[in-house]
Design a protein around this ligand. Structure first.
Ligand SMILES: NC(=O)c1ccc[n+]([C@@H]2O[C@H](COP(=O)([O-])OP(=O)(O)OC[C@H]3O[C@@H](n4cnc5c(N)ncnc54)[C@H](OP(=O)(O)O)[C@@H]3O)[C@@H](O)[C@H]2O)c1
Length: 335
């Protein structure tokens, strides 16, 4: 079968290889999945570059999520049959034609959810949901500020906030993105290219101010959001997009205005899905994933249909994934 692999860390377009390996055999309580769709995430690229919080032993096939169809069952598997569409929960190695997964870690895809949406269920929707409802516990009617609002996570935060009754202030870096987010249900959109972020947040939130924020950009925009928090406010740092491509650690920063933090008693806290996944039971994580699948099935959360690339064209997909102002959503490896 076709398998995308890398045997050393480095630039994805340099280290990725297309190799031919035997189709794996499912063992007891495992299933063999014929993979159909896998997104290319920033974290996939960080892993290939050796710059992620956890790194796999090499050589390995990348791909932290995807979906496929059950091809065969190992001994003892109950409750599943060949041909069902499934998502292997929390797996590595999705950038291959076939993947073996434990039956206990499979999620069934409802008929009304497309392959493309199902393939993107875990990393971004769960991140948006857990940050909103567990980490920040944003309350009905409360303001939330977020950066990179046009990202997949950002768009999910807008949609979930509507469902939960939260009010969002969304920061984007280009004016062309503003109307699309307002149409999607964003309450306010600020364009950091031509507006003063701190002043606009203050204008919008008035005397209430904003107590909750999430940032995936860092740099000046992240600092502006932190600066805008009201007394006791909290910002979750879950990405650092402005530092991508930097190799100098001195430039991978979130500049903090210290007096505001001290006298405003504000805080910034990191958030990362992996420790969260290990801190909860499989049952709890599956419960949230199934709830999100059900929102997808009802059409209440929608993800971009993405730009399809053949699995063998993984390098091309990686190049697309790194482009600014992508209009078509995520790069998706299909087939
Ligand atoms: N901590 C976690 O567990 C966790 C989980 C999921 C995601 N994340 C992180 O969340 C972030 C978003 O992921 P995603 O998959 O939703 O992204 P995505 O859909 O690939 O979109 C990336 C977005 O980032 C924007 N962007 C890129 N560089 C930027 C910069 N320098 N300044 C401002 N905006 C910038 C892009 O804006 P344009 O449209 O203008 O190009 C685009 O909207 C990534 O950093 C990812 O690693 C973290």
């Amino acid at each position: 079968m076709l398998s995308i692999q890398f045997e050393r860390f480095g630039e994805p377009t340099e280290v990725l290889q297309v190799v031919d390996v035997p189709v794996p055999e499912p063992k007891t309580n495992q299933v063999l999945i014929r993979m159909r769709v896998r997104p290319v995430h920033s974290s996939d690229l960080h892993i290939m570059r050796g710059r992620y919080g956890i790194l796999p032993p090499l050589p390995i096939s990348p791909g932290i999520e995807g979906m496929g169809v059950i091809e065969s069952l190992g001994e003892g598997v109950q409750g599943f049959h060949v041909g069902q569409r499934v998502i292997p929960f929390n797996s590595w190695g999705c950038w291959q034609e076939y993947l073996v997964a434990d039956a206990s870690r499979l999620l069934l895809v409802p008929d009304t959810v497309s392959d493309e949406m199902a393939a993107q269920l875990i990393i971004n929707p769960m991140t948006a949901w857990v940050m909103l409802t567990q980490e920040l516990q944003v309350e009905r009617g409360e303001w939330l500020v977020q950066t990179a609002a046009n990202s997949a996570v950002g768009r999910l935060v807008i949609q979930l906030s509507q469902i939960l009754g939260l009010k969002t202030i969304n920061i984007v870096r280009s004016r062309e993105q503003v109307q699309g987010l307002l149409d999607m249900g964003a309450d306010e959109v600020i364009c950091s290219a031509d507006e003063n972020v701190v002043e606009r947040i203050a204008q919008i939130t008035g005397s209430t101010g904003v107590g909750k924020a999430m940032d995936s950009v860092a740099g000046q925009v992240g600092a502006d959001v932190l600066q805008s928090l009201r007394f006791g406010g909290v910002m979750l740092q879950y990405g650092a997009l402005s530092t991508h491509g930097q190799t100098d650690p001195g430039k991978m920063i979130l500049p903090v205005f210290a007096p505001k933090m001290i006298y405003g008693v504000t805080s910034v806290r990191g958030w990362w899905i992996y420790p969260w996944l290990s801190s909860v039971s499989l049952e709890e994580a599956r419960g949230i994933a199934n709830q999100l699948l059900s929102l997808m099935a009802q059409g209440r959360i929608v993800l971009g249909s993405g730009q399809a690339f053949a699995l063998a064209d993984a390098k091309q997909a990686v190049r697309y994934a790194q482009q600014a102002q992508r209009q078509g959503g995520k790069a998706l490896l299909v087939g």
